[in-house]
Ligand binder design. Structure first.
Ligand code: GUN
Ligand code: ZN
Length: 431
């Protein structure tokens, strides 16, 4: 039976960084019609109700129906160490992250954290994500099994590290990284709604031989994404320079080993050289802005305006547990604050687009998810735009939709998420 969801509706017909806020379409009393796990129509509520009198009604009143959020860069194994105090990138990895990631050789622990991560993601309205796992194949199995059980469109890969800069106990080899990744890719890529992502952690923890092996794997499976980290902190860039003395810059350590391409997804990308920016744009690679992480770990201020103006493909992400929130609302707020520090007030339409269409576009899943349009998969969220007293009192005096939405962007959290639909079905997000 078709399902008809009623409420305010936000969709995008264009890119608001190019076309401005008019790129968004807002229906005050709209409707989204779902059938067979897909979006069939989006239109005014009155007209769809008249056309489909037998559809099952879900009237969300004045709540906002949106595409589910897409988180373009997350480390699900770091769920347990989110909000760990006092370190910058390299110390943070050594003090908190690597000891926690070592625990994922235990399939039971990996399954427990994967379930916890997906519970948290869905409670915050995130319906698709691209995650790093750990070096352990068990951690990848746990992620995909949990995503599959929930019917989600999700992407992930085995994090590869073979250099002695990573601790003993958290290292693979060039060969085992290639072979394990290939086996996992063959098992999971394209199964149900899942996709495998070739995942060298970053140049400092891989040998050139490992980067070469993963470049060869990507060349053999070019429809897979490849994700890694790029130019997050100045100390990290110095380290890369010392480890790869013949590289022209950080990106060149990937480029020289077959790890630069259109399906490449580069996390952080804060401190880029002009040559790196040119090469990333020429390839149509994706850059992922992780604003809560970049402030929490003290990494720097992503150049959203400059990178967008030169035509880069950009997505938005939490980067948990380096990021300090599972919420894409909080992540939009941080993106706004970082852009303000660079004298660029991002419009709510641009923020919402980054967390939905933009992130899906960065992950090359924008034909399936990230927007509400006929033929797209029915991953939807419903937001209460008055979810706390502080938000409600500000939203009540709003004179436009954007003014009503912005307090939820700036102050909202999981309390704003009142319903989540995955693949055309409502899911429970609270016990
Ligand atoms: N660079 C390499 N690994 C990581 C990670 O786990 N988190 C962040 N934020 N940066 C990294
Ligand atoms: Zn990361």
């Amino acid at each position: 039976m078709p399902e008809l969801l009623l409420g305010q509706v936000i969709t995008f017909t264009d890119d608001p960084f190019v076309a401005g806020p008019a790129a968004a379409r807002h229906l005050v009393r709209g409707a989204v019609l779902l059938e067979n796990r897909q979006i069939l129509r989006v239109a005014e509520a009155d007209s769809l109700r008249a056309e489909y009198p037998h559809a099952r009604l879900h009237d969300y009143g004045s709540a906002l129906i949106s595409a589910g959020f897409v988180d373009a860069h997350v480390h699900y194994p770091q769920t347990g160490i989110i909000a760990s105090w006092g370190k910058r990138l390299i110390d943070w990895l050594n003090s908190y992250t690597f000891p926690e990631e070592m625990r994922f050789d235990d399939p039971a622990y990996a399954a427990q954290i994967a379930a916890r991560y997906f519970d948290l993601a869905l409670a915050h309205g995130t319906t698709s994500m691209c995650s790093y796992c750990t070096i352990h194949p068990e951690s990848v199995e746990a992620f995909f099994a949990e995503a599959q059980r929930r019917g989600m469109r999700a992407l992930a890969g085995k994090t590869c590290m073979d250099r002695d800069t990573a601790p003993a106990g958290l290292r693979d080899t060039a060969q085992s990284a290639h072979d394990d990744s290939l086996r996992l890719l063959r098992k999971w890529h394209g199964r149900d709604r899942l996709g495998y992502v070739i995942t060298p952690r970053f140049s400092p923890t891989s040998t050139p031989a490992q980067l070469e092996a993963l470049g060869a794997l990507w060349a053999a499976h070019p429809d897979c994404l490849m994700q890694t980290h790029l130019s997050e902190q100045p100390d990290e860039i110095e380290w890369v320079r010392a480890l790869y003395p013949s590289a022209r810059d950080y990106l060149d350590t990937y480029e020289a080993h077959g790890l630069l391409g259109a399906n490449g997804v580069y996390g952080h990308a804060i401190h880029l050289e002009p040559r790196e920016r040119d090469r990333l744009r020429d390839h149509g690679a994706a850059l992922v802005h992780c604003p809560t992480s970049n402030t929490f770990i003290g990494s720097g201020l992503f150049d959203m305006a400059g990178l967008m103006a030169e035509g880069q493909r950009i997505g938005l992400a939490t980067d948990t547990g380096g990021g300090s929130s599972f919420s894409m609302l909080r992540t939009m707020a941080a993106a706004y604050e970082v852009a303000q520090l660079r004298h660029n007030p991002l419009h709510p339409a641009q923020l919402w687009w980054l967390a939905t269409v933009g992130a899906a576009r960065a992950l090359r899943i924008d034909a399936q998810v990230g927007n509400i349009a006929p033929g797209m998969e029915a991953d939807l969220i419903v937001l209460d735009l008055h979810s706390t007293p502080a938000i409600a009192q500000r939203a009540e005096r709003a004179e436009s939709f954007w003014e009503e939405l912005f307090p939820t962007i700036m102050m909202g959290d999981d309390r704003a998420i009142s319903a989540v639909w995955i693949n055309g079905r409502p899911v429970r997000t609270r016990p």
